[in-house]
Ligand binder design. Structure first.
Ligand code: ZN
Ligand code: MN
Length: 477
């Protein structure tokens, strides 16, 4: 059995105004306040295309290695639903702005992108119950109606649910780096529908099932896994798999049938008569291309090549433009790149990940991390103390020097204060000393551990180890 996965992704573009009118886009606005005759489909109202939306679509197309078409056009996709006051969605069906791109996954898989087109979002339905069939009333907010989207359609090139998840994450990182989409799946700014089918060992393919309502990156994987298993089981049992649209229910972690799949001709697509053909010149495209920011994969490669970072660290830092800017500032303030990357990935980001929040440089200013790194490297504080202080800064945004002073964390490394402590530990453990004398030098670690305990972690373990050996060898009386 082989699973075949293709994705259809809708990404809300971060323009200030809507796709075909001048209504402001503001997710925090009161319902039905950012609306006008155009986006509510009043008779006689005419759409005017938002230039910024076109520019953003071209940026995404170029970043995804697509061919950008100098000529594309808009069409009407007709369907009736309360969140669509015009009775049709303006989209690009016959001539999309971008086609034939690709995105490479980390395992080297080349996922082809069939097309990227510009379209408009529908309004937002709010039901009185999570379960639509139990809902007594439904409200509609038209603020989202007419917000520009790009729809990205892949070829069915993925075989594993993890690949689909990685595709979505890489796509999010690219769109965020470009600044064209917030990439937030939970808020619906990035939405993914997955087309799943299963081919059995005799090469027979099931019908294709479309799974909708996947609202997180984890669920991309779970929903596809669930669906692939459901279809495989049906195939094994000799049952029919219906060509249908199913919805992911994140509470039960299952998919449920929503409707039998409409055929494309049900939408009665025809060219939008109210909008002219969309023309962009070669020079405009070239200009946008020249101004594209460095993309995550390129950046990661540069980090590996010029700074010698480990590939994993480079990827984690490069995928987020705020994290990479932080890293680069640290490096440009003369901190060692590898050391910086380890601190950021292992210590700093771990704090944000533990709280499931996005990295925010204000919580740990670069200056603070720099002080911690310098103190650690010069042996003034232990690595363990530094970690503790970092957590403190993250929580309370304190100054590292104040925390070090307040908690008395300066590492003890001078002989005069350490030797008596080490001697005491050695005296208290004659049997271990016996082992050392018989040649088992690894027991030095035992003494170091005990000295660390005695000094509440403030002793410099390396210095303690050296002194302990000297004492045991009789070099220090
Ligand atoms: Zn409007
Ligand atoms: Mn669409």
């Amino acid at each position: 059995m082989k699973t075949v996965i293709g994705l259809e992704i809708h990404a809300q573009l971060l323009t200030e105004t809507k796709a075909f009118c001048t209504c402001e886009i503001d997710v925090n606005a009161k319902p039905n306040t950012n609306i006008c005759p155009v986006c509510t489909g009043q008779p006689g109202a005419l759409p005017v295309l938002n230039k910024k939306a076109v520019e953003f679509a071209i940026m995404a197309g170029l970043a995804l290695n697509c061919e950008i078409h100098e000529i594309s056009s808009f069409d009407r996709k007709n369907y009736f639903y309360p969140d669509l006051p015009k009775g049709y969605q303006i989209t690009q069906y016959f001539h999309p702005i971008a086609t034939e791109g690709y995105l490479n996954l980390d395992n080297g898989k080349h996922v082809r992108i069939r097309r990227i087109h510009i379209e408009e979002d529908a309004g937002k339905m709010v039901h009185s119950s999570e379960n639509i069939t139990e809902s007594k009333e439904s409200l509609i907010d038209f603020n989202r109606c007419g917000v520009p989207l790009i729809e990205i359609v892949t070829e069915p090139d993925m075989e594993k649910s993890e690949e689909a998840k990685e595709f979505m994450e890489k796509l999010r990182d690219i769109l965020r780096t470009l600044g064209v989409c917030s990439g937030n799946m939970e808020e619906g700014a990035l939405r993914c529908d997955a087309n799943v089918s299963v081919v059995d060992d005799n090469g027979r393919s099931s019908s294709r099932v479309e799974v909708k309502n996947i609202n997180s990156f984890r669920y991309v994987q779970y929903a596809i896994e669930y669906e692939a298993e459901r279809i495989s089981k049906a195939l094994k049992d000799g049952k029919d798999v219906k060509h249908e649209t199913r919805g992911w229910n994140f509470v039960t972690r299952t998919t449920v049938s929503l409707r039998s799949k409409e055929e494309e001709n049900d939408y009665r697509y025809f060219p939008e008569p109210d909008l002219p053909i969309l023309k962009v010149s070669k020079s405009q495209i070239e200009n946008i291309k020249q101004n594209l920011p460095e993309l995550p994969d390129q950046k990661s490669e540069r980090y590996v090549k010029t700074y010698g970072l480990a590939k994993d660290n480079a990827n984690i830092i490069a995928k987020d433009k705020i994290i990479s800017a932080y890293f680069e500032k640290l490096v440009s303030s003369k901190m060692d790149p590898k050391d910086s990357s380890n601190w950021i990935v292992n210590d700093l980001l771990a704090l944000f990940n533990a709280d499931s929040v996005d990295f925010n440089p204000d919580k740990v200013p670069i200056e603070s991390l720099k002080v911690l790194m310098e103190y650690t490297n010069s042996g003034k504080i232990s690595r363990l103390s530094a970690k503790e202080i970092l957590g403190e800064i993250y929580k309370n945004n304190n100054n590292p020097q104040d925390i070090i002073k307040e908690k008395n964390l300066i590492q003890v490394s001078d002989e005069n204060s350490l030797v008596p402590v080490i001697k005491k530990v050695i005296e208290n453990n004659p049997s271990v000393v016996e082992q050392y004398k018989k040649g088992k030098t690894s027991v030095v670690g035992f003494f170091v551990g005990n000295v660390m305990k005695e000094t509440k972690g403030k002793a410099d373990p390396k210095v303690v180890g050296d002194l302990a050996k000297k004492i045991l060898d009789g070099e220090i009386k």
